[in-house]
Design a binder for this molecule. Sequence first.
Ligand code: ZN
Ligand code: ZN
Ligand code: FE
Length: 753
Amino acid sequence: MRVHAELRGVVQGVGFRPFVYRIALERGLSGWVLNRPDGVVLEVQGAAPEVAAFLRALASEAPSPARVEALESREIPELHGEASFEIRPSGASRATRPVVPPDLAVCEACAAEMDGPGERRYRYPFTNCTSCGPRYSIIESLPYDRPGTSMKGFTLCPDCEGEYRNPADRRFHAQPVACPACGPRLQLLSPSGAERAREEAALRGAVQSLLRGEVLALKGLGGYQLLVDAASAGAIARLRERKRREDKPFAVMFPDLETLAQVCEVPAETLAFLRSPASPILLLRRRRDPTEPSRVDPSVAPGNPRIGAFLPTTPLHRLLLGELRRPVVCTSGNLSEEPMAFQDQEALARLGGLADAFLVHDRPIVRPVDDSVLRLDSGGPTLLRRARGFAPLAQPVALAGPPVLALGAHQKNTVALLFDSQALLSQHLGDLGSVAGAALLERTVRDLLAFFRVRPEALACDLHPDYASTRLAERLAAEWSLPLHRVQHHHAHGAACAAEHGLQGPLLALAWDGAGLGSDGTTWGGEALLIEGGAFRRVGHLKPFPLPGGDRAAKEPRRSACGVAWAATGALPREARSWFPEAELDLLEGMLRRGVHCPPATSMGRLFDAVAALAGVRWQRGFEGQAAMALEFAAEGNGAAPPYGWNFNGGPVLVADPAPLLAALPEERRGGTDPGRIAARFHASLADLALAWARHAGVRDILLSGGCFQNALLADLTSRRLEGDGFRVHRHRAFPPNDGSISLGQAAVAACR
Ligand code: ZN
Ligand code: ZN
Ligand code: FE
């Protein structure tokens, strides 16, 4: 019999055609396979049982980075006279649903080859094959072929050419294929760009630099990174000072699993993620009894019981850490709040003052792709930052209609394209507050549209007029004469969670975060929204409290504490006198009394800050969310604690007043209650609040979204409380609970409308 089959999913750039070739030959079948922009097409011919076995193997035995999403096959009545099975050149017909592979961490076969002294690629830092290596970060245009990648400038040597053309080789049509004779080369530069060394000497120089406690800029897979010895408090302090990043946690890359397990707890279920082709940064608990405590200095993540840990992702990282034999801090190459540098000249200009040496190579990076961050909790994995290894994999969504482009929010931003019933999210772009951030946003939008050849027919953005994303959306809508849908921030949070799980309304979204502009012009963030189709109704929210100094409160928990206390009691908390110099406190009190520079907010993030300050956990300045994290860590391990309770109004919109908490807290503090217990009681109160709002809304499906649900304890407690009462709870898994998925929600809402 002869069968024609079409496959879609992640089937290009992952060794799929050689796999097809192999399983066809194994079963003595003839025919052909070829790549099309939308997937893989093939025909096979042979004995019927062998053809059937071949089709089963296609779906079930595909190589690990591949993902078959759809397999359609039909029998062809007439037989052909082919002698064998062949891989044909790419076809260019029907350009729909192109699937672009994400970047893949070094595979075992390549790692083994790099370790073999007799191998052609012994210690070659740019080794790759069809199962691993750069993809999205080097592809300039589709279909995915070498001339459309940043490898086009490297002419294959005869040996590589042979592998590339041999269907039985694991490098058959591996587009980035390279070797020491023909591929990219390593160079060590001074901060001014002068060459210090090449290849092995460059690697040795980089190792020396790190051992001296210097900051090394490394041209990684999707951008420049900054590395320092993780054991050196001095080097970490230098990095923090130069990067202007006071105490935000740094990720740590370990040379191997053994070293990682000496520092962190590595539960069995995390292994598959650590070693996966995506190889994300995993938030792992620090061991209480580290066997070698000096390997990772606590200043890597001050006050944090977890470490963002990962294993070497590229052959270059593998070589470097193999020489170094110790963990390194590995953070994106940028100044705090700016995007990561990825172009060579730009990197030298921007990072010249940050790094003491540059380990670089001559393979251009087409687009920046940062490291992804993942956390595993009782319910499963949650992606907190979606970039390398995941972008630009598409998410199927149950929304038809014309293509929509959504530009997201302002922090941790991404861009979303919705077309052909799939949502395609850009990699994590970061904050848009800087000129470089805004420029990266526009670049990414134009890149995505050209790359996937999509013409949007509608645009979507946030309600906030001052976001760089909103301003760009307005400009593009005018330029292209397209309708612009402005989507309320927390509505977008809920809609993103609904889209991820393929849910349609009515749904209750508990959207809890730091801040988003509400439809009434005030700051929202502790919201219960009933979502249906492209519309929403606010059915519950926190009682508004004043935020003295507005946005400044986000980085000063003491300000939130003053605002929350003022709303509840009409006075400043007693502790305020120890938080502020007297003059500043007078000013603050005046502001609150007269209601100037005190915008009202219903922000859950700021309520977290306020409680952290009042409980004595953290009141000082810091990065946004730091106090909330400290409160989470303080509550962990405190077990069940009784909630404080809430005062609710009786209206159709259930407004929650934390007055009982504010009344109980000072007494607890005076009585010497452990701040951890206060934190645990606060978390329990929030689970109670979720249940009150869910009962009030009267729908069964509850969505948990917003930055507050990055807090694993809060998400777990809330889920359990709701599920115990018969509600179905949906949490973000493949997309972040934070503003990284706002673009997805905006696109979904615009599509509904
Ligand atoms: Zn490989
Ligand atoms: Zn070569
Ligand atoms: Fe948000």
